[in-house]
Design a protein around this ligand. Structure first.
Ligand code: FPP
Length: 248
């Protein structure tokens, strides 16, 4: 039985972002193909989405496919695309029922056409939902995102629609894929590595980062609760000192 008392419902992270790492190693340890790890990883996705939705977390961002993942062997890439499409098709009814809204970040134009179409359809059909925002990072890279923002802002400056002194944090934020979403409060990385791997580079500036050795296929409700409990035990100072907190 889970110790739900570990979690204070009044101090939940608003936005949780997850680097779902360790599928391949988890499978290889079991002498199974890497794709089997991704397949069981989809079950973890289903569990964590339900859990985040039930807890009342507002945004869950999952790093499902990075801009660098295209370099993997083609059978792994096509296997991941098939899993993504299958997930979207099989979860739509549950998303509608649980009022989950699906959005995505990344260069989704690079996705195979059939996957892109299912993604767009799922986003449209859940657009009116007011529950958890499930944000899938697909063909996403933090540096790509920043380059794209710089290009778009520069084009506005060149066109004299924007002056240089109007460029501030807020303006940059509105040119990122995540425009309109709050910054992540808690960033979880499974699989034992301790790096950001080009994920939410701008947005994660003040996120609490939680690394765990648990491999993604084993990361289920209890592990998620542990991460949130650890987050709640930390003091977020945003560059200030303890004594200043709570005084605005
Ligand atoms: C990292 O494990 C994981 C990925 C590159 C893909 C994550 C994808 C899924 C969990 C399934 C599809 C997603 C959704 C949202 C349905 P790795 O292969 O890098 O593991 P390793 O470090 O052990 O090799």
């Amino acid at each position: 039985m889970l110790d739900q008392n570990l979690i204070d419902p009044d101090r939940l992270p608003i936005h949780v972002a997850i680097i779902m790492d360790g599928n391949g190693r988890w499978a290889q340890e079991k002498n199974r193909p890497r794709l089997y790890g991704h397949k069981v990883g989809v079950e973890s996705v289903q569990k964590i989405v339900s859990c985040a939705s039930e807890l009342g977390i507002k945004v869950l961002t999952l790093y499902a496919f990075s801009s660098e993942n295209w370099k993997r062997p083609s059978d792994e890439v096509s296997g991941l695309m098939a899993l993504l499409k299958g997930y979207l098709l099989s979860e739509l009814a549950k998303m509608v029922q649980n009022r989950v809204r699906l959005v995505s970040i990344g260069n989704t134009q690079k996705l195979p056409r059939d996957v892109r179409e299912v993604l767009e359809k799922t986003m449209q059909e859940t657009a009116g939902n007011d529950g958890l925002i499930l944000n899938l990072a697909l063909s996403y890279g933090g540096r790509d995102e920043i380059i794209r923002a710089v290009r778009n802002i520069s084009a506005e400056v060149v066109a004299e629609r924007l002056s240089l002194d109007e460029i501030d944090e807020n303006l940059i934020t509105t040119h990122l894929y995540t425009a309109g979403l709050p910054e992540p409060d808690l960033l979880i990385r499974t699989g034992g590595e301790a790096r950001l791997s080009n994920f939410l580079l701008w947005q994660a500036s003040y996120a609490e980062i939680y690394f765990t050795d648990t491999m993604w296929p084993d990361f289920r409700q209890e592990a998620f609760y542990d991460a949130i409990a650890e987050y709640q035990g930390r003091e977020r100072r945003f560059g200030r000192v303890s004594a200043q907190l709570g005084s605005g």
